[in-house]
Write a protein that binds this ligand. Structure first.
Ligand SMILES: O=C(O)CCC(=O)C(=O)O
Length: 283
């Protein structure tokens, strides 16, 4: 369970850190499985349905950028997504009726790990209210040198910031972000960061020799219904599982207006979209 201080911090700042959430045995088992999934894949020849590679490496380079949907494809991760120790914490933050939403693993390999630009997760998948969150589990020590998560505390209570250019969704905040307000969230391997889907966050490229592998699971309250934005809404909803409580027949609205992401073209991932957006900015 989270302490009252952690719950208060989540409500006040839009995130909270729980060091030691995973045992060292759980961390090692996840890392072993990730190695097994990644084995044999290269930039030139990899399973595009399961992973994305770091783009700036030779064709035979083996550095993976992201593993897709571990909690959908692999029983080890799925079991963890249903574990009472996790769901008890989620109940403290989201209430009794909870859906699993999506999962991913960001590998951020040493020396090459990609930047993640400032964004709010809800810009990607509009919901009728803000009771949705991601939990980031550090599987390596995460600190400023290997691109730990950065957040802007308190901004989850504000508006959805502009993520568009010329009407098209860019997957990153396109208005000025006051980075002097940003807080690095450092923690040892096994730490969990509970972060609201409205909290602006980012992470720097990994310039250290150490990886910063992070398992990310997302959940939402059962009365946070998706707003249909096109094909991707259906894809996302196909993975949703009721984890606790019951399905609800009534949507709760906490926003009277919500920007809809309009994509200029099909994207592979957040990284892909943000890279194209940065390239477009440079002309
Ligand atoms: O890996 C990170 O540092 C941030 C992850 C993130 O924001 C995302 O994948 O949406």
């Amino acid at each position: 369970m989270l302490s009252p201080e952690q719950v208060n911090q989540y409500r006040r700042d839009g995130y909270t850190l729980a060091p030691g959430f995973l045992t060292s045995g759980e961390v090692s088992a996840f890392l072993r499985k990730m190695e097994e999934i990644s084995a044999g894949n290269t930039l030139a020849n990899h399973d595009k349905t399961r992973m994305e590679m770091e783009p700036h490496q030779p064709p035979d380079g083996t550095r993976v950028r992201r593993l897709y949907e571990p909690c959908t494809y692999y029983p080890e991760f799925q079991r963890f997504s249903e574990s009472p120790k996790l769901l008890d914490c989620l109940e403290q933050l989201l209430g009794p009726n909870i859906f699993f939403y999506y999962s991913k693993i960001n590998m951020k390999p040493g020396e090459i790990g990609s930047v993640v630009d400032w964004h709010q997760d809800l810009s990607y998948y509009p919901l009728t209210n803000r009771d949705s969150l991601a939990i980031l589990f550090y599987l390596d020590d995460g600190d400023r040198t290997n691109g730990c998560l950065m957040v802007i505390p308190g901004w989850h209570k504000g508006r959805l910031l502009d993520h568009t250019r010329e009407g098209f969704f860019q997957g990153r905040i396109t208005e000025p972000v006051n980075e002097s307000l940003a807080r690095p969230v450092e923690g040892p391997a096994g730490s969990a960061i509970f972060m609201n889907a409205m909290t602006p966050h980012a992470s720097a490229p990994n310039r250290s020799a150490r990886p910063r592998r992070t398992l990310i699971l997302s959940y939402r309250a059962a009365d946070a219904f998706p707003i249909y934005t096109g094909e991707m809404t259906g894809t996302n909803e196909s993975r949703v599982r009721l984890m606790r409580g019951k399905r609800l027949a009534s949507a709760r609205f906490s926003m009277t207006e919500f920007p809809i992401p309009v994509y200029e073209r099909k994207i592979a991932s957040l990284y892909d979209l943000q890279e194209r957006s940065r390239a477009g900015e440079q002309g």
